[in-house]
Design a protein around this ligand. Structure first.
Ligand code: NAD
Length: 260
């Protein structure tokens, strides 16, 4: 944490190097904005070059440091290159937010969903998270600590029909978060996850418009769809030193879904 004289306020991740995957759109993009505003140098790891460059340019135009590294989180060579490039530029990684993922309209019950959808969710959401941790955590250990935040989902925590590939991947991310938290606590590397409920991103708005989210599920969001910036605030807390005594936690941003 640091005090910024220009802004006249405490910056919650001042001076930290934060790698955010899928930072070009949705929740990832909100995190890029928030982390830069709170003093971090953000590395955007994004598959879509146009959105990655646009996000980077917007952050730089606001007077912050930012790097865009074209990345496919599901490919080991690509993630190795991401982490190596970050180290070459900044010599350390303090924060890794494994954000890439999301359910698709191809998903469904285990009895009918295409096999490709299952393997795609395992490869992008789960293996993508695994790869980020595999390459980044050794650098955090060498530096004496760090904070990893994984994107789980409320749909991976409560029974949710019609998304069996997605819920399987997110449930595994939750388990992986807890086991890594135990494994790496001795190195002061904290590992937590954020579990959002339905969030008001372009992808989800399109899905709702196509009738891909039932009215029952929408009604269970007592406060309405979650705003991307509200998920970003939860990620920021877990990334910052304010949560230095917290590890292995799955932080719900659930709009009341679990109590409805
Ligand atoms: N939106 C929701 O309702 C919701 C709810 C709970 C959890 N989540 C989780 O939050 C995370 C972000 O969701 P979102 O709705 O903001 O997603 P999004 O689709 O809006 O954005 C995802 C970003 O990741 C990028 N991306 C996709 N595949 C990639 C890959 N292989 N490598 C690198 N970049 C890639 C996309 O180009 C895009 O910029 C996901 O893990 C999702 O499961 C979302």
């Amino acid at each position: 944490m640091g005090f910024d004289r220009r802004e006249g306020k405490i910056m919650r991740v001042a001076g930290k190097i934060a790698v955010i995957t899928g930072g070009g759109a949705g929740i990832g993009r909100a995190c890029v904005e928030l982390f830069a505003r709170e003093g971090a140098t953000v590395v955007i790891a994004e598959r879509d070059a146009a959105t990655g460059e646009a996000a980077r340019d917007a952050i730089i135009a606001q007077g912050h440091h930012c790097l865009f590294v074209p990345t496919d989180v599901s490919e080991a060579d690509s993630v190795r290159h991401l982490i190596a490039t970050t180290m070459q530029n900044f010599s350390r990684i303090d924060i890794l937010y494994n954000n890439v993922g999301g359910s698709t309209m191809n998903d469904g019950p285990v009895t009918t969903a295409p096999f490709e959808e299952f393997w795609n969710k395992i490869k992008v959401d789960l293996f993508g998270t695994w790869l980020g941790c595999h390459y980044a955590i050794p650098h955090m250990i060498a530096a004496g600590g760090g904070s990893v935040i994984n994107a789980s989902s409320m749909y991976g925590l409560v029974g949710t029909p019609n998304r069996d590939a997605y819920t399987a991947a997110k449930g595994a991310i939750t388990a992986l978060t807890r086991s890594m938290a135990v494994e790496f606590a001795k190195h002061r590397v904290r590992v937590n996850a954020v579990a959002a409920a339905g969030t008001n991103t372009e992808r989800v708005r399109a899905r709702v418009a196509q009738g891909g989210v039932s009215q029952k599920v929408l009604d269970a969001h007592l406060l309405g769809l979650v705003e991307p910036m509200d998920v970003a605030q939860a990620v920021l807390y877990l990334a910052s030193d304010e949560s230095r005594s917290t590890t292995g936690h799955i932080l719900a941003v659930d709009s009341g879904l679990t109590i409805s």
